[in-house]
Design a protein around this ligand. Structure first.
Ligand SMILES: *Cc1c(COP(=O)(O)O)cnc(C)c1O
Length: 336
C-alpha cells in the first residue's frame, strides 16, 4: 500500500513513541506491555483523530473546501481535533454535538473538549440523543452550500475509507519501529468506537502479512455490530488502497464486555485503569475510550485470556482532556 498516492497534510512528527510499560508489566506479572503513544500527535493535545485528519483535510483542501462539517457526542475528542485542524488551515468548522448522555453536569456540558472547541472557534450546534447524526451533518452541509460555502463533510470519528488511511499508516509505522527495535509483537489492543482506527490497523497489518492480532475493546455497540462495522470499513479501506483479496472476517475481533451501562458512562474498571496508569506510569488515559480499553486489557490479563508469554502493544488513542468533563466523578473516586 502506497499512501503517497493520497492527498495529505502533515500534522505531527512521526513515529509516535513506542515505550515499554515496565511498572504496569511488573504489577500485573506479565505479559510484556508496551504503549504506542498516539496521544502524542501534537495538535490540540493529540489523539487518534489527528492521523485520520491528515488524509481527510488533505482531501478537503484538494477539493477546494472552505468549511469542515462534522459531529460527535458533547465531549467528542474527534470534534476538538477537527476544530483545531480547521483553525490551522483557515477553514471554518461547524460541529453538531449529540446529547448522547443524559446529564445536566456542568463539567460534562462545558469543560474539557467543549471548552477547547470554543477556543478553536468552532460553531457548535446541539442535537438530542438518538438523532441520526450522519443525516444531520449532510443536511447542515446542504444548508451551508445554499449559503455559498464549500463544506467538506467528515463523518463521526473521521471514520470512512479516507480517514482510516491514517491507521493504515500507523500500522506501517508500528511495524517499522518494532523491526528496528527487534520487538516481536503478538497483539495490539485499543479502544474501538466509530471503527476507523481498527479498520485501518487491520488493513495495514494484514497488508504486510504481519501475523499481529488486533483486539478492539468496544465502548458503545455490542460485539456483533461492532465487528460488522469494522469489517465493512476495513474491506472498503483495503479496496481503496489497492490491497487485493479483501480482509478476512476473522481478522476483525472486538470484545464489548467493558462498555458498562453505555457510551460515556463511567465503570469501576475504567476508574481503576485510569488511576493505575496515572500512578504506575504517569500516563493519562480518558474516561470514555482509552480508560475502558485499558480496563479490558487489564481484565483479560488477570483472567489469563492474554498469556504471560505474549508481547502486547496498547495503542493509546488520546482523550485525556475528557477527564475535565468528569471532574465530579473522579472527585468521588479519589475521595473514596
Ligand atoms: C475516537 C476515539 C477512539 C475510537 O476510535 P475509532 O476510530 O472511533 O474507533 C478511541 N479513543 C479515543 C480517545 C477516541 O477519541
Amino acid at each position: 500500500m502506497h499512501l503517497a498516492r493520497f492527498p495529505r497534510v502533515r500534522l505531527f512528527p512521526t513515529p509516535t513513541p513506542l515505550e515499554k510499560l515496565t511498572n504496569l508489566t511488573r504489577h500485573l506479572g506479565g505479559p510484556e506491555i508496551w504503549i504506542k503513544r498516539d496521544d502524542c500527535t501534537v495538535v490540540a493535545t493529540g489523539g487518534n483523530k489527528v492521523r485520520k485528519l491528515e488524509f481527510l483535510v488533505g482531501e478537503a483542501l484538494a477539493q477546494g473546501a472552505d468549511h469542515l462539517v462534522t459531529q460527535g457526542a458533547v465531549q467528542s475528542n474527534h470534534v476538538r481535533q477537527t476544530a483545531a485542524v480547521a483553525a490551522k488551515f483557515g477553514l471554518k468548522c461547524t460541529a453538531l454535538l449529540e446529547h448522547r448522555i443524559d446529564t445536566n453536569d456542568r463539567d460534562y456540558l462545558a469543560s474539557g473538549n467543549v471548552l477547547l472547541d470554543r477556543l478553536f472557534d468552532a460553531t457548535l450546534e446541539y442535537r438530542p440523543g438518538g438523532t441520526d447524526m450522519q443525516a444531520a451533518i449532510e443536511a447542515k452541509a446542504d444548508e451551508l452550500r445554499v449559503a455559498g460555502a464549500k463544506p467538506y463533510v467528515i463523518p463521526g470519528g473521521g471514520s470512512n475509507r479516507v480517514g482510516a488511511l491514517g491507521y493504515v499508516g500507523c500500522a506501517q509505522e508500528l511495524m517499522q519501529q518494532a523491526d528496528e527495535m527487534g520487538l516481536k509483537i503478538d497483539l495490539v489492543v485499543h479502544a474501538t468506537g466509530s471503527a476507523g482506527t481498527q479498520a485501518g490497523l487491520v488493513v495495514g497489518l494484514e497488508g504486510v502479512n504481519s501475523g499481529v492480532r488486533v483486539l478492539g475493546i468496544g465502548v458503545r455497540a455490542p460485539k456483533d455490530r461492532q465487528e460488522a462495522n469494522v469489517h465493512k470499513l476495513a474491506e472498503a479501506t483495503a479496496e481503496y488502497c489497492g490491497l487485493r483479496g479483501g480482509i478476512a472476517r476473522s481478522a476483525v475481533e472486538a470484545n464489548c464486555n467493558y462498555v458498562g451501562d453505555g457510551y460515556g458512562i463511567p465503570t469501576p474498571g475504567m476508574a481503576e485503569a485510569v488511576t493505575m496508569l496515572a500512578r504506575l506510569e504517569g500516563v493519562l488515559l480518558d474516561p470514555v475510550y482509552s480508560g475502558k480499553g485499558m480496563a479490558g486489557l487489564i481484565d483479560l490479563i488477570r483472567k489469563g485470556e492474554i498469556g504471560k508469554d505474549q508481547t502486547v502493544v496498547f495503542l493509546h488513542t488520546g482523550g485525556a482532556v475528557g477527564l475535565y468533563g468528569y471532574q465530579g466523578y473522579f472527585d468521588t473516586q479519589l475521595a473514596g
